[in-house]
Write a protein that binds this ligand. Structure first.
Ligand SMILES: Nc1ncnc2c1ncn2[C@@H]1O[C@H](COP(=O)(O)OP(=O)(O)OP(=O)(O)O)[C@@H](O)[C@H]1O
Ligand SMILES: [Mg+2]
Length: 265
């Protein structure tokens, strides 16, 4: 096992330094084990600035685990994760938080039920960054307008649809000024009509130049919204390439089987 001594940060490798400009996120040899069972087998993933990556794969493939490792939310048994050329996570040490610089949106929105949409969005900038209330509120309203919720700023989560709540959750992540957004099946808890509006917000984000990695089963989004598709199975990346190529001419039999199955559903 690649045990590094605890406490001291490992030196940045030449790889990390030279790739600083173009690569926002770099996972190398990421291995994750739960109770002695390896669910991520030395996975490498490099995400260039501005790219939208869709991660596809069957249930249990390790997609969420990989995303959490990339976000520095889970320790690695082997390997490293670097964000903007800084080491975020390495084997044998607790990962460092990237603060709000990596935004993460999950299937469950986890909004505070006792706070309005605008209060949910302004909370972290106020608490973690000390932004004054009036400015944080103004920024929250601008972000809610950006996700199409200007009229719902003062509504509580129970007054909002699932799709609206998910857009508040996206605005909440954006409030911390992330340089990278990670989404884990952001629409899989939503009805189709609400799925569309969330996907459209994600498309706008990607079009604005945000770097995005999204685990999704939405093939339309993968086809039209993603630059690149990473297909995972059994804790490994099986195929990785331009979205159009992977979807229309997958090179691996495993990818082909998955696509045939999902497209016939
Ligand atoms: N906290 C945990 N403790 C133990 N095992 C876990 C834990 N989290 C994930 N696993 C296991 O790791 C494997 C990969 O899980 P993961 O959630 O990453 O898959 P996934 O590709 O996101 O699947 P899905 O499409 O169902 O969300 C699974 O076998 C799962 O049971
Ligand atoms: Mg998952």
């Amino acid at each position: 096992m690649n045990q590094a001594p605890g406490g001291t940060p490992a030196p940045a490798t030449a790889d990390l330094t030279t790739s600083r400009a173009a690569t926002v996120l770099l996972g190398q040899g990421m291995t994750r084990t739960y109770h002695g069972r390896t669910v991520l087998h030395g996975v490498d993933l490099s995400v260039p600035r501005g790219q939208t990556v869709a991660v596809l794969g069957p249930s249990g493939a390790g997609k969420s685990t990989m995303l959490r490792c990339l976000a520095g939310l889970e320790p690695l048994q082997e390997g490293t994760v670097a964000f903007q050329g800084e080491l975020l996570s390495r084997a044998g040490a607790a990962p460092r938080s990237a603060g709000g610089r990596i935004g993460m949106v999950f299937q469950q929105f986890n909004l505070f039920p006792h706070l309005t949409a605008a209060q949910n969005v302004s909370l972290a900038p106020r608490r973690a960054r000390g932004v004054p209330r009036a400015r944080a509120d103004e920024q929250a309203r601008a972000l809610l307008a950006r996700v199409g919720l200007l009229d719902h700023c003062d509504h509580y989560p129970y007054e909002l649809s699932g799709g609206q709540q998910q857009r508040v959750a996206i605005a909440r992540s954006l409030a911390m000024g992330p340089e990278l957004m990670l989404f884990d099946e952001p629409t899989s808890a939503l009805d189709p009509e609400f799925t569309r509006e969330v996907l459209s917000v994600m498309r706008d984000l990607a079009d604005s130049g945000m770097t995005v990695v999204v685990v999704t089963h939405e093939m339309d989004f993968a086809r039209r919204g993603a630059d690149r598709i990473v297909f995972m199975a059994d804790g490994r990346i099986v195929e990785d390439g331009p979205a159009e190529d992977v979807l229309t001419a997958p090179r691996q039999e495993r990818t082909r089987r998955f696509l045939d199955q999902i497209l016939s559903e």
